[in-house]
Design a binder for this molecule. Structure first.
Ligand SMILES: Cc1ncc(COP(=O)(O)O)c(C=O)c1O
Ligand SMILES: N[C@@H](CCCC[NH3+])C(=O)O
Length: 425
């Protein structure tokens, strides 16, 4: 459930009519609902409340939406953070997440990143290779600290999602092959400065079936038993994120957090570990929309095109993953047309939807891309010298711009070549 609804024929974000925001902020802009973010975090936390030997750590995957106000909303509810760069780590802390609730994931952490994170005293490093373990050991020895580590294992499970967001198949770059895990833990136990205390897994994103996750978790359970038999003191398991959300309201809803929670409870019953979860999309996906204005409507030879002022640089998911977003008129008119909805960027791929049924719209009308709170603004670029889209947060009848629109002048590079040319004579 989200808090974007029609009232008197106008789409609202909580109690704020979207046309009012468009008037004040200009288009396009992202708009997030605080109530939805809070609700999703609570629903997920309640579904997982009883699993593991102590309350689980719900580490919000910051990459899904790193806006500081979003992080702050979640931090106030006790969320931890799953981060993949020092930028995300600093953002999480700036948003109020304590270091000891932060998990550092990612396949290419640098020595500088490992050093800063260890100095800050984070909850856990999820290592993705043996060379990374060796580097972290060197860092730990230099700092005179012990790093709490898990290996992210790659269980070679087909997650049944889009190939570009599947992470747990043998051919994916992520994790240590589970077949090599015993050797990796033996290495970590030998290396000074590492405490190999857990196992981590994450097989992909927008997962719409529980089966592949259950298969991966079962393998983690077997591994924990083998590691203990080999003398390792395993006290934690991190089951990652990935639970899917409904993008197309006319289709079946993916498994709910309650069903996920029941599956996790069943599979992990005898593990005797503290569990961590890293949900991203589930928390923020349906908490955000991208609001855009129709620039003009144009008749092509075979299609009718609605050209809007948002483009692939603002929301890349449709062209990158053939992803579906519901597209709604903010103030719908009578009737229905089918149109191809495109942005102004000079790429054929700058197409949000083809032959999509939508209420008739004219130049100047507003439309909303639904379910854009996750992997929307965070994946934006300035391609075609388009400034990043502003972000607005709504709470009941109040709203605030939490990232302003940069001026178009910011698209003009400083002239760094001139002094160099002058220097050459
Ligand atoms: C390691 C890790 N954890 C958590 C997530 C969050 O995934 P999602 O947004 O699908 O919950 C991702 C992204 O897929 C990830 O790579
Ligand atoms: N960015 C992707 C998901 C990748 C998740 C990060 N590992 C999406 O929009 O669906």
């Amino acid at each position: 459930m989200d808090h974007f609804d029609y009232r008197d024929g106008v789409l609202h974000a909580e109690d704020v009519p979207l046309p009012d925001l468009a008037e004040a902020v200009g288009t396009p802009f992202y708009c997030y609902s605080t109530a939805t973010i809070e609700r999703h975090f609570r629903v997920f936390s309640e579904a997982l409340a009883g699993v593991g030997v102590e309350p689980p750590l719900i580490a919000y995957a910051v990459k899904a939406n790193p806006n500081k106000s979003v992080i702050a909303t979640l931090a106030a509810l006790g969320a931890g953070a799953d981060v993949v760069s020092i930028g995300e780590l600093r953002r999480a802390m700036a948003g109020g997440v304590p270091a000891d609730r932060i998990v550092f994931s990612g396949v290419g952490k640098t020595r500088e990143e490992l050093t800063e994170a260890l100095s800050l005293g984070i909850f856990q490093f999820n290592l993705e290779s043996e060379p990374e373990a060796e580097m972290l050991s060197e860092v730990a020895v230099a700092l005179g600290k012990t790093a709490p580590v898990s290996f992210r294992v790659n269980p070679d499970v087909d997650a049944g999602t889009h190939r570009k967001i599947s992470t747990g198949k043998a051919e994916n770059k992520f994790g240590v092959p589970i077949s090599r895990a015993l050797d990796a833990y033996a290495l970590a136990a030998r290396l000074p400065g590492l405490d190999p205390l857990g196992v981590a897994v994450h097989i992909g994103s927008q997962l719409t079936q529980l089966g592949p996750m259950e298969a991966a978790f079962a393998r983690v359970g077997e591994l924990i038993a083998e590691l203990r038999a080999a003398g390792h003191d395993i006290r934690r398991a991190d089951l990652g994120g990935g639970l899917g959300i409904p993008y197309d309201r006319s289709k079946a809803v993916p498994p709910l957090p309650s069903a996920y929670g029941e599956m996790v409870a069943r599979v992990t019953r005898d593990w005797g570990v503290r569990l961590t979860f890293e949900p991203g999309r589930l928390i923020v996906g349906n908490a955000g929309v991208l609001v855009s204005r129709v620039i003009r409507v144009k008749q092509g030879e075979t299609s009718s095109f609605i050209i809007v002022d948002a483009a692939m640089n603002d929301l890349i998911r449709p062209t990158l993953y053939e992803a579906w977003h519901d597209i709604l008129a903010v103030e719908p008119r009578e009737g229905r047309i089918a149109a191809t909805i495109v942005g102004p960027v000079c790429e054929t791929g700058d197409t949000f939807a083809e032959d999509r049924p939508i209420s008739p719209v004219d130049a100047g009308d507003l439309i909303a891309f639904m379910t854009a709170g996750a992997y929307g603004a965070t994946m934006a670029s300035t391609y075609n010298s388009r400034p990043l889209v502003p972000e607005v947060v709504v709470s009941k009848e109040k709203w605030a711009i939490v990232r302003p629109r940069p001026p178009v002048e910011s698209m003009i590079d400083a002239d760094l070549l001139a002094p160099w040319l002058a220097d050459k004579g």
